[in-house]
Design a binder for this molecule. Structure first.
Ligand code: NAP
Length: 321
């Protein structure tokens, strides 16, 4: 039986990856900063809590991260832990760098010391491309425009450096936006699906958003965790873009989300310039040909299916119509 350590198991991707690995027969360990968080902190893991081992660890504390690796003695390590919000990274840039950038060094040093043969997955991000025009692939120059993106570039090169310097199996998945009903409410797509549900249930009469013309490549988180795992089963460590290869604007997402409940978004959505970011990353569109041809990965959930899944889940959360 293989053992996996998921750093950041309580998050959206951590929960999908846990379910995926348990189905594959893995023993799963996962870290969280607080074992005594409220039940809502573990809400994404409720169905699997009795099948996994949770460890308290924080990427900003070297000792706790080292202990997590020592306790789990993993065959595979998935580093999903991060201050993962682009918006928060403007307000908390030092903490973002401490967690997302330097935290990756702490984890890789721990893996090098205590589980040097473990295969390591680094959650890199399309935000690393920032200003580089689309489509973006593995050879596109990084030009991050946010504190989050800058930290992810540091973490990306740290993983490459450990691979080249110490011959460790360290692989970067450069993931474009991926969503699900488990996405945090502070993120745009959940703000939209939740906003639609609130309007339907009479809890709100409008939805304030930032720039509706921003373009992203949106996929389903459940499809993307399968790509993470595939990367660690490859013959050699490598870096891959994980994306759908299809671009949609925020307006497209919003329009479909409201159409799902037979409403016209133009009657409800306000684009508020106060919510625009200091520097917008206008267009991210991934080219996933490498992972498709090398590892046979394909996304299974379409953009329309993703929007419908998210809106339906939020409608259900507020109760029967
Ligand atoms: P998420 O839901 O925000 O989860 C982030 C996880 O990081 C949480 O489980 C949190 O756990 C943990 N964490 C936060 N600060 C930490 C710290 N100081 N030490 C240890 N763990 C910490 O993020 P996600 O959407 O699942 O994304 C997973 C990873 O992929 C992240 O690294 C994200 O940046 C990256 N990524 C995401 C996307 C996307 O579209 N979702 C795209 C590209 C890359 P606790 O609070 O329990 O400690």
């Amino acid at each position: 039986m293989k053992t996996a350590l998921i750093v950041g198991i309580t998050g959206q991707d951590g929960s999908y990856l846990t379910e995926f690995l348990l189905k594959k027969g893995y023993e799963v360990y996962g870290t969280t900063r607080s074992l005594h968080g409220s039940s809502s902190h573990f809400v994404r893991l409720l169905d699997v809590l009795s099948d996994i081992t949770l460890i308290q660890a924080d990427l900003t504390e070297e000792g706790s991260i080292a202990a997590a690796v020592r306790d789990a003695m993993p065959d595979e390590v998935y580093n999903l832990g991060a201050q993962s919000s682009v918006a928060s990274s403007w307000k908390n840039s030092v903490m973002t760098a401490e967690t997302t950038a330097v935290g990756t060094v702490r984890l890789l040093e721990a893996v090098r010391s205590y589980a040097p043969d473990a295969r390591y997955y680094q959650a890199s991000s399309s935000e690393m491309f920032g200003r580089s025009p689309p489509p973006q692939d593995e050879k596109t120059m990084f030009h991050p425009r946010t504190p989050y993106g800058v930290s992810k570039v540091f973490a990306y090169w740290t993983a490459v450096n450990f691979r080249e310097s110490y011959q460790m199996f360290a692989a970067n998945g450069i993931l474009f936006n991926h969503e699900s009903p488990r996405r945090g409410l502070e993120y745009l797509t959940r703000k939209v699906s939740d906003g639609v549900a609130q309007i339907v249930f009479g809890k709100a009469d409008s939805l304030q958003l930032g720039n509706l013309d921003t373009v992203r490549d949106w996929g389903f988180a459940g499809d993307y965790v399968r790509a993470m795992w595939l990367m660690l089963q490859a013959d050699a460590p490598d870096d891959f873009v994980i994306a759908t290869g299809k671009a949609h604007s925020v307006r497209d997402f919003v329009e479909r989300a409201f159409a799902r409940v037979d409403l016209d978004y133009q009657d409800y959505v306000i684009s508020d310039p106060a919510l625009f970011r200091p520097y917008e990353v206008h267009s991210l569109l991934g080219d996933p040909r490498k992972i498709k041809s090398c590892l046979g990965w394909e996304p299974e959930v379409s953009f329309d299916e993703l929007v419908a899944m998210m809106v339906d889940a939020d409608l259900k959360r507020y109760g029967p119509l």
